[in-house]
Design a protein around this ligand. Structure first.
Ligand SMILES: Cc1cc2nc3c(=O)[nH]c(=O)nc-3n(C[C@H](O)[C@H](O)[C@H](O)COP(=O)(O)OP(=O)(O)OC[C@H]3O[C@@H](n4cnc5c(N)ncnc54)[C@H](O)[C@@H]3O)c2cc1C
Length: 418
């Protein structure tokens, strides 16, 4: 199967390629060529170039700062960026553009769209995600962070955890319980909160890699205006699920480009280290090749549905489950190929804890060892593999639902658990 795009679409691809050729150094091989501060500086500078050329959030209408591209043009742009090994934005843009921005477009009032969306693009607002709590991860509907109305403001008290890049953000979208007497999924609201206030405290969490990419966030009488509810008071669950669809499924059509690049690097490593002639290693590499090909076909399926106007929903869990489980296996193979070298990581580490290392990254032991550790987290964040299997089983395949033992109001459930 080799799908082809229309002549019109290919003409747009040429435009994107010309843009990349004009704005990237001529010997560019991907952002993985850069290290440390240079990676961060390039990313911010590149983001500015994209902003100035109207190439951030390209699917958003022009009225809100987007480029108003068709679905097909968006996909072609994403493909070309992935092939060139350049980011589509800065790290927190995943939360700002991909997650909350797209969700505001779907659920926001006209005023919210005009107020928030341009500020996401200009980086006047830098966002993070406040969903998980110590007692509400997979069982997100159990969340206990409270918001109570006081005049024209919500007063927020409670704790969030695992807040990725929260230390770099100044805004948080959070799920708060606004009616404890309603059933647990019905009394939740989706709030847009400015973190630049005394009632919000961010405490970094140290990871096994030694880095701190995520945080605990504490709210003590923090405030936001009454109008900062997205999708209506006590209607946050539906809004939250819309956002999770964007979190899990948005990049499905370009995932295989990144994972193919990673596998090509691993094959090169096997050759460099003389392991490519080992029949067991060859067999394991062939298995990875088959998996990445299946990922590519699944990407085409997602793309076909996207072009037909389908927003990612529960089926986004298929791509998420697939790439995250695959990534654990391929990075384990990398460490087996490296052998004892994997125990003394050296060279350039990955610039981010998510998915494969950057395109163009050297085959350093630090790249593979850190990506191996980070891959463990891939089957947890954005919903664990077990939870994805439940969602796919129940909401995509229509299998019988798990028995639920949590009827009644949220406050009664808390009393029963105490
Ligand atoms: C790197 C990373 C970044 C993250 N970033 C963010 C972020 O920015 N914002 C945010 O809000 N959250 C974030 N998270 C949190 C993430 O969403 C949660 O960790 C995840 O939802 C799981 O929740 P939990 O950790 O409480 O585990 P639990 O829910 O306690 O799960 C423990 C185990 O039980 C299993 N389990 C639970 N329920 C079921 C069930 N019904 N059926 C079968 N098995 C089940 C799970 O699969 C898991 O194996 C991040 C997590 C990681 C690892």
């Amino acid at each position: 199967m080799q799908p082809t795009y229309s002549d019109e679409a290919e003409a747009y691809r040429e435009k994107v390629q010309a843009f990349l050729a004009e704005h990237l150094p001529h010997d560019w091989k991907g952002i993985g060529q850069l290290d440390g501060d240079a990676t961060r500086d390039f990313t911010l500078e590149w983001r500015r170039t994209l902003y100035e050329n109207g190439l951030l959030a390209v699917g958003w209408p022009k009225a809100y700062g987007g480029a108003g591209l068709t679905s097909l043009e968006q996909v072609i742009l994403a493909e070309e960026f992935a092939r060139a090994g350049v980011p589509a934005g800065a790290p927190n843009d995943v939360f700002g553009i991909q997650m909350v921005g797209n969700t505001i477009l779907q659920w926001g009032t006209e005023e919210q769209k005009r107020d928030y969306l341009p500020k996401i693009l200009s980086r006047e607002h830098i966002w993070c995600q406040g969903y998980s709590e110590p007692n509400a991860g997979s069982d997100l509907g159990n969340l206990g962070c409270r918001a109570v109305l006081d005049g024209d403001e919500w007063v927020i008290n409670g704790q969030k955890i695992w807040t990725s890049a929260g230390h770099l953000a100044d805004h948080i979208f959070l799920l708060a319980r606004t009616d404890p007497d309603a059933p647990k999924h019905k009394g939740i609201s989706f709030l847009l909160v400015d973190m630049r206030q005394p009632g919000v405290e961010v405490r970094p969490i140290k990871m096994i890699s030694g880095e701190s990419e995520f945080n605990e966030v504490f709210f003590t009488d923090a405030r936001c205006p009454r109008g900062n509810v997205l999708g209506g008071v006590n209607n946050g669950w539906g809004v939250a699920m819309t956002l999770l669809g964007y979190e899990r499924g948005e990049a499905a059509a370009t995932l295989s480009i990144r994972f193919r690049g990673e596998l090509d690097r691993l094959i090169a490593l096997a050759k460099e280290t003389g392991r490519a002639s080992d029949p067991v290693i060859r067999q394991r590499l062939a298995w990875c090749h088959a998996k990445v090909e299946i990922m590519r076909y699944n990407g085409m399926r997602v793309l076909t549905r996207f072009l037909a106007g389908h927003h990612p929903g529960p089926d986004a869990g298929i791509s998420k489950l697939y790439w995250s489980e695959y990534h654990k296996v391929v990075t384990e193979l990398a460490l087996d190929i490296l052998g004892p070298d994997a125990l003394v990581p050296e060279g350039r580490p990955p610039s981010s804890a998510f998915q494969p290392d950057d395109a163009g990254a050297p085959n350093s032991s630090a790249s593979w060892a850190m990506t191996f550790l980070n891959a463990r987290a891939g089957t947890i964040y954005a919903g664990t593999s077990q939870v994805q299997r439940n969602i796919i089983g129940e909401m995509v395949l229509g299998l019988p639902k798990e028995p639920k033992a949590d009827g009644g109001s949220w406050s009664d459930l808390q009393k029963a658990r105490a």
